[in-house]
Design a protein around this ligand. Sequence first.
Ligand code: URA
Length: 231
Amino acid sequence: MRRIDQFLANLGYCSRREARGWVEDGRVTVGGGAIDDSGTKAAAPDVRVDGEPLDHPDGLLLLFHKPVGLVCSHDAREGLNVYSVLPPRWQRRNPTITSVGRLDKDTSGLLLLTDQSPLVHQLTSPKHKVPKVYRATVDADLSPDLVAQFASGTLLLAGETEPCAPASLTLIGPREAELTLTEGRYHQVRRMFSAVGATVLTLHRARFGHLDLAEVPSGQWRELPLDAFGV
Ligand code: URA
């Protein structure tokens, strides 16, 4: 049971002060009946706003197809972010919707967005080794020797002393490859290729754990059940 004004504010409908007006205007019902106090406590399934059930009161988990050009940071100084394409009400939610790990501005592909912080921690923790599959094109021909080098667990990134965990590389063309990582270091794919003398030209994440983008078009999302990862 939570206060109605808290529900409405946390789910991004309006401020707590505005919620009082919404209640006075008869827009909010509990168990089918009108209420006259925005401090009334209720269970989410019993609440209706303008006759509609509450918008995802238990949380959100989205599989988003990130286009190139959007950042994952919430800091407006870093440019247009992935959250800006979501419905305005979702952008106002508290807890805030955030990305599960990050993709660079120039990277496209599968990005999970959620307001469930335990899920973020679980899926980004190095302990859990969630496999992420990237498709990269690079500016130099890729030697077949790289497959063993990336798998060896000895590749060092510039400025680091801990080698990368073994990663699975599949060559797709002379300058195109698929790379599966179980860690998520800063700019890791670009830096791994850089460590072997290649610059990444395009980068796309095709899979995250057991999920792929399926038919989700760029800039769109699909809702996932909150227990999609069993967390
Ligand atoms: N590795 C990178 O270099 N960039 C990304 O966006 C993701 C992984």
